[in-house]
Design a protein around this ligand. Structure first.
Ligand SMILES: [Zn+2]
Length: 373
């Protein structure tokens, strides 16, 4: 049996995910809601194992990292100070022929003319900035004074709690604060299954350091994170490191790597490892008026630390693991079997024997006939 063409392969993975209880469309009986997904019995075990393994490697097995769990809703001032309210946008373009709503960078170009990828039409609107944050209101009045957003990243909760955690954790630089949690982005055009969805989960570490250590730690964390993916069963040959070019990096970043994976729909980012300098803490110190400095007892200096951020997507990594398990099966000539070796490896006994057992049971059951679409 030869491998199915890549586009068909993705369709088969989506349908397998549903039939085996990994991932369902959200609110499916009502026709679903675009860009939103639910994890079924097997999917939730895999996802949990992944998050537990990340937490173990990034927090429990390190002396220099502590964890936190922040609220999804935060004071709107956070998003003003971080720059999200003004600049967290995608260019939106409408096709006047078929009314498709498109992201500026998703247009196709033929003979130098931009075209709608849906209908091929050339009658397109000018791009306008569309903010990706979901708005909501806190309390009983719905006006500007009660407006805030569902967080588009978990990182900001770490920055605004930096001082509290620094005081109680008594860590010396370099040290990190880790968090796993939901984030929300109102994508113009969600696509590629769970890869680009409107609600997703992040595993983020903010690793604070001295300015002079920033570039070195960027390299360190890139390597650490590559090892992580290899440990969970994603072979190095399908992982790629993209050095984000100067003109595509966030203006405050001095260096960013994207760790990419060969999905059936193309090479796409699993994780960003970014040296964010002292940008975020400086912004929050300015906007809040509260000191966010670190005091170095040896040199008696006060300064705002720099930060290196490895930021991984839970859902993307789950999808990559599923794609790996699937390609294994295809390669073994259709004989059998979703071995779900990643799921098992992730469920290290020291985390939770029962959860491993459960995953294995599910995995075993999913081996039966018809596992291959
Ligand atoms: Zn169109």
């Amino acid at each position: 049996m030869s491998a199915a063409p890549e586009s068909q392969r993705m369709e088969k993975i989506v349908s397998l995910c549903k039939r085996r209880g990994f991932i369902f469309q959200s609110s499916e009986i009502y026709g679903g809601l675009n860009g939103l997904w639910d994890y079924g019995p097997l999917g939730v075990e895999l996802k949990r194992n992944l998050k537990n393994y990340w937490w173990r490697m990034m927090v429990h097995e390190r002396d220099d990292v502590v964890g936190m769990d922040g609220a999804i809703l935060m004071n709107r001032s956070v998003w003003k100070a971080s720059g999200h309210e003004d600049t967290f946008t995608d260019p939106m373009i409408d096709c006047r022929s078929c009314r498709a709503r498109l992201r500026g960078d998703q247009l196709v170009e033929k003979k130098g003319v931009k075209q709608c990828p849906v209908c091929g039409g050339k009658d397109l609107t000018e791009p306008r900035a569309f903010n990706l944050m979901f708005k909501t209101y806190v309390g009983a009045t719905e006006d500007e004074s009660s407006l805030t957003y569902l967080r588009p990243e978990t990182a900001q909760a770490i920055f605004v709690q930096f001082k509290n955690i620094l005081e109680i954790a008594r860590k010396k630089l370099p040290f990190g604060i880790a968090q796993i949690g939901k984030a929300f982005r109102n994508e113009i055009n969600p696509r590629n299954f769970t890869f680009r969805s409107r609600e997703f989960e992040q595993m983020e570490l903010e690793y604070f350091c001295r300015a002079e250590e920033g570039m070195k730690l960027l390299e360190y964390w890139k390597e650490e994170r590559l090892k992580f993916y290899e440990n969970i069963g994603i072979p190095r040959t399908r992982l790629h490191v993209l050095t984000v070019p100067d003109d595509e990096r966030a203006f405050y970043s001095k260096g960013t790597y994207d760790i990419e994976y060969d999905f059936p729909f193309g090479r796409q980012e699993l994780e960003g490892v970014a040296y964010r300098t002292d940008y975020d803490l400086v912004q929050h110190q300015k906007a809040s008026g509260k000191p966010l400095e670190y005091f170095d007892e040896e040199t008696k200096q006060k300064f705002i630390p720099h930060v290196v951020e490895p930021s991984a997507g839970v859902d993307r990594t789950v999808l990559a693991l599923i794609c790996e398990a699937y390609s294994d099966r295809v390669r073994s000539a259709g004989v059998i079997v979703a071995r779900m070796k990643s799921a098992r490896r992730l469920g290290s006994p020291s985390i939770s024997k029962r959860s491993v057992k459960k995953t294995q049971n599910f995995a075993t059951r999913s081996r039966c006939a018809n596992a291959i679409p």
